[in-house]
Write a protein that binds this ligand. Sequence first.
Ligand code: FCB
Length: 428
Amino acid sequence: MAVSHYQVEGADHCDWTDWEAAGRTRGEPCGNASDSWRQYEDDAFLARAAGANAFRFSISWSRVEPRRGVFDDEVLERYVRFVDQLLALGIEPVVTLFHYTHPRWFHEQTPWTSIASVLEFGIFARRVVAAFGDRVRFWVILNEPLVFLLGGYLDGQIPPGISDSRSLNRVFDHLLAAHCFAASEIRTRVPHAAIGVAHNMMGFGPHRDWHPLDRLLVRSAQTMYNRGVIEAFATGRWKFLLPPGTTIRGRRDELPVYLDTFGVNFYSRLHLRCPGTTRWIGDFDYSDRTGLGLTDNGWEISPETLGPLLDDAAQSGFPLVITENGLADADDRLRPEFLRAHAREIARAEARGVPVHGYFHWSLIDNYEWLDGFEPKFGLYAVDRATMARTPRGSVAVFRELGREFLHLNDENSLRDAQLSLHPSGAE
Ligand code: FCB
C-alpha cells in the first residue's frame, strides 16, 4: 500500500502550499488533506484489513526541518510512533525521503541548482535515519526524479516553477548526488537496508499505428522518459534527450552501488502524434484503445503495457518492486478488473523470469492529487471530506484476495520476507 505525506497528512506548510496560494493548482487547496497526521495509526489498521504487509509513505521535510538547520523532534517522534504501529501489525514500513515537496526556505537558500542542495538533503536524511534506527529496512530515496525535473525545471508546472533548460543537467545530477548521500547515511546506520528509487514509467503508443513519425516519437519517448533513469542507476552514466532539444548527460560511478532495488510507478499509456497540432514536436493524448475504459481523470487503462515496461526496468539488473499502481475511480466500477489485470501482467512477467518482489497499490485512501485537487479518487477506502471518515470500497476485498494469491505464488509467508530477500549490496 502506498501514500505520500503531503497528499494525506494535512496542515503541512511547504513550497506546495505557497503554490496553491499563488493559484497555480486546479481544485481545492490541500488543507487538511485526508487528516492522516492524526489518523496514521488507524490508516495502518486499514492497510492491515486490506491484507497489506508493507506500507510505503514519505516524510515531510518541511515538518522535520521547518527552518534551515532547525529540526523538530516531536515531528520525528510522531513518525516513529507510526512506524512502531506498522511493525506491531506485522507491516513492513517503506520510507520515501523525497516526494515532491520542500521546506519553504529550500528554493531560496539551497535550490537544486546549487550543490548546497545535496548537503542539505543529506543532513535531512541523516536526521530521519537516526530517528528510525533499524526499524526501517526499506527506503525509497527519491520519488519520480524525472517527473520532478520536468515539472519543476522544464515546464514550470510544479514548484519551484522554473522553466530553464540550462538548469536541467545540474538539477538532475544534484538529485542523483543527493540519492547517493542519503543512501550512504542509511547504510552507515542500517547496513542491511534495501535502498530504492521510484521511477515513473509510462506506456507510449503511436497515435496512428502506420505512421513512421508517430512511431519514431514513441521510440524517443521510451528512451528519454523510461530508459534514461534506468540507465543512470544501472551504469552510473546517463545521456538522453529532453524535448525540445536538451541533452542530459552525466556520470556518477557510485550510483549503482547505492541501489538495491528498482521501483516502478506505473499508471497508464499515452498516444503520440508527430507533428502535433499545437506543438511541432508532437501531441499526446489518452484514449481507450483496449476497451477497458478511461479512469475518472481520463487515463487509459492499459495493463498489457506493464509487461514490456517491467522487461525494460529489469535491464537495470536490480530486483524490481512496483512502488505505485492504481487509478482514479470514485464508483469503484473499474478498479476490481484493473487490479486483476495488473496482477496477471505481473504474474506473466515473473513467469518470464522478471524479478518482481513486491506491489504497492496507490492508494490506501482518497487523497490530494497535486494539480488536480481532491477530484480524482485513488483510494481503496473512500474519505468523506467533511468528516474525514474512511469507508472501504468493494475493491478492498479484491486486493486482499490477490495479495493472498501473490504471496502464495511467490511461495513466501509474507511480502516482508520477499522484500528482505532483495540483496543489499555490500551488506554481508
Ligand atoms: C504519481 C505520484 C503520486 C500520485 C500518483 C497518482 O506519479 O508519485 O504522488 O500523485 O501519481
